[in-house]
Structure formats: C-alpha cells, structure tokens
Design a protein around this ligand. Structure first.
Ligand code: IPE
Length: 247
C-alpha cells in the first residue's frame, strides 16, 4: 500500500496575521481530499496558535514549565479544531502529540516511539501528529516543527510520499514562480525565506531533503488547492516543487 505523510502548514490552516484564527473552510476543503485516501499520516503546524505563544515563552532561549504547558495547550487547541473538522468529514483521525512520541537532542529528533501510531495506522486510523514542545535530552525542552516531524515520520514509516502543504504554489523563485525541482545540489540558502520560531522555507527544504535522501518522493504544494494533493498521489503532474536527492 502507498503510504503518504502529509504536513498541513500552519500558514494554510490558520490566519498567520491574527492570533488564534482558524481557517475552518480551508480545513474542510483539505479533509474532503483526505477522505478518499487509504494510508495517510497527517502532521499539522502551529500557525497563529503555536507560534505566538512559543515566541512569547522562548524569547530568552529557555522557558519555564508553565510556558511549556502553555505552548502545548495552544497546539492542543488547534489540534482539536482540526479533529472536529476531520470527524465532520468522516476522516478517522487519531492525535499523537509529538511530545508523547519523540525525544529531541539539541532541537533535533533523537528517538521516536511509534508502535501505537503504526498499529493505529494498520487498524485503519489516520494518525494526526503536530508540532509541539518535546523533552530534549541536552537542554530541557525544545520546539519540534511539524516539518521535522513529518520528515522523520516519512523516513521511519517508509512512506512513499511526503508532501508539505504550504500557502504558496511551492518554493518560489525571485519572480514569485514555483521552482519545479530542488535538489541537494542547489543553493538552498538562496531560496526566499521568511523566518519564524521553527525556521523558514529553507528549514523546510532541509527537512524535505532528509526524506528525499531516504528515497521518499517529496513535494511542497499549495494547500489552498488541496485537489493538487490528490492528483499528485494519483501520479499526475501538478504545480509545486519536487525536492529530490541526487547522489
Ligand atoms: C510549530 O510547528 C509548532 C509550535 C510552535 C509549537 P510548525 O513550525 O510546523 O508550524 P507552521 O506550519 O510553520 O505554522
């Protein structure tokens, strides 16, 4: 069976300009596409729920336990809004907070405990993970982005596809047009980049490259046109960026 790991960007499903604003209609359109899919693992980002709270508490590089709880709660809040839409659309999602299945070391994933997620997938559920604060063996806690979670899951689960859904038509060139193919030989640091607490499009491409290197077919698409996602998984050509590893 073809397994796809799909990351729904926070910029797609929330209004990044307005704190705590969920774009319900966008989530509905997304889950309408997910409904027909067989084996899929979803990951969502933080958008205007997780990021402002994370910024508030991580401003000085570290945070207090209450801050950790606040960040996690913001993510749970967004997660439950997404779960509501999924259920309404008939998609049997099962949330797996990253804080419960990953351990980080200096901000990078070091260990993962995926048995419950694997079994749920086997039993016909759609695992739904999300960016989160996770225990870090070197420095207390760190924030794991949905990008790194999606890439790690794609590699660990041996996915055929990894798709990042963002609010643009892919990684854009200097004219604002999607770059069709990015590889490890390209100068990734030159892609247009807007940093936030967990990185930028450059960070996303770096995470994407890790999966591509492991043989996962990896793409960055516009989640505001979710039909492209279905088309891609059906093997059709779509507007977007493919991220490929060349040896
Ligand atoms: C952020 O996850 C998670 C937290 C802020 C806790 P992402 O970095 O994947 O979120 P988006 O997709 O960029 O919004």
């Amino acid at each position: 069976m073809v397994l796809a790991v799909i990351k729904l960007g926070g910029s797609v499903v929330t209004d990044k300009e307005k704190k705590g604003v969920f774009r319900r209609e966008v989530a509905v359109a997304f889950f309408k596409q997910i409904k027909g899919m067989r084996e899929v693992v979803l990951v969502h980002g933080g958008g205007s729920f997780g990021h402002p709270v994370a910024l508030e508490y991580f401003r000085h590089g570290a945070t207090i336990p209450l801050g950790i709880s606040e960040i996690h709660r913001a993510m749970v809040e967004l997660n439950s809004l997404i779960v509501d839409v999924a259920l309404e659309q008939g998609v049997p999602v099962m949330p797996f907070p990253a804080s419960s299945i990953f351990v980080a070391e200096n901000g990078e994933i070091k260990e993962c405990f995926l048995d419950p997620l694997r079994l749920s997938l086997k039993r016909g559920m759609v695992p739904l993970c999300y960016g989160d604060v996770v225990a870090d063996s070197a420095r207390g806690f760190s924030i794991l982005s949905g990008d790194s979670i999606a890439s790690a899951l794609a590699v660990e689960l041996g996915a055929e596809y990894l798709v990042y859904c963002i609010d643009k038509d892919g990684v854009l060139d200097e004219y604002g047009l999607p770059i069709r193919l990015l590889t490890n030989r390209d100068q990734i640091h030159k892609v247009r980049t807007i940093p936030d607490i967990t990185g930028s499009i450059e960070g996303k491409v770096r995470e994407a490259l890790k999966a591509a290197k492991a043989g996962v077919k990896t793409f960055i698409l516009n989640g505001l046109h979710p039909e492209r996602l279905s088309m891609l998984l059906e093997g059709k050509e779509v507007i977007g960026t493919e991220v490929r590893w060349v040896g």
